[in-house]
Design a protein around this ligand. Structure first.
Ligand SMILES: [Fe+2]
Length: 205
């Protein structure tokens, strides 16, 4: 009998219906009123300015996200740490727009709350990596069976308004061309208050 063990897996958390309909509606209204900052890679994608949780709908959403961050942080760092959301922003992706491949600098955990139901063409896609300056060998063809050890990308399952996803900020991700209606989401970055490696500690704010 053989056994296969997935070494050093990457956590990815989904919390369905974390935000209720009223809060989702308030954030959608905020996005439609203030998402005027154009994305430099896609004309059909706009964002609001990043803000600290502050008050109102952002603060209410942050309070609901906070316990999930502690839970996710436990997986990443093995300790129940205090976490802070540094900034949040809203994204409005119209039909024909896309979000280019990126990750989130100066952050440990990033997340998205879907405020509309993304069209099947525009689920968030996570990528294993784009390669560096080394030659790359691969075996992707019609005979290939995709699995967790050889896939180079992973598509998030269908989402509903109010659903949260959390992922390590270093993970590359993108949203392919949206072939459906307006896609609205809330995104954020979070840091633990302090990391301590046997007395060699560093704090974040
Ligand atoms: Fe992102």
């Amino acid at each position: 009998m053989s056994q296969v063990i997935g070494l050093f897996p990457t956590p990815f958390m989904r919390s369905e219906k974390l935000l209720g309909a009223g809060l989702v509606a308030a954030l959608v209204a905020e996005a439609e009123a203030f998402a005027s900052r154009g994305n430099h890679r896609s004309a059909a994608l706009t964002h609001t300015e990043p803000v600290a949780p502050g008050s109102g709908a952002f603060a209410e959403a942050s309070a609901l996200i906070a316990p999930r961050l502690v839970e996710f942080g436990m997986l990443l760092f093995g300790e129940s740490l205090p976490w802070a959301i540094k900034e949040l922003w809203l994204n409005v992706l119209e039909n024909g727009g896309h979000q280019a491949v990126h990750n989130h600098a100066n952050s440990f955990v990033s997340g998205v709350v879907y405020l509309s139901r993304p069209h099947e063409s525009a689920h968030t896609v996570f990528l294993k990596g784009l390669g560096g300056r080394d030659f790359v060998f691969g075996n992707s063809n019609a005979r290939t069976t995709q699995g967790p050890f050889n896939a180079d990308k992973w598509i998030t399952p269908p989402a509903e308004p109010g659903d949260l996803v959390l992922f390590p900020s270093y993970l590359l991700h993108e949203v392919p061309v949206n072939q459906g209606g307006r896609r609205i989401s809330l995104a954020f970055n979070a840091v633990p208050q302090r990391l301590d490696s046997w007395g060699y500690a560093t704090s974040f704010s």
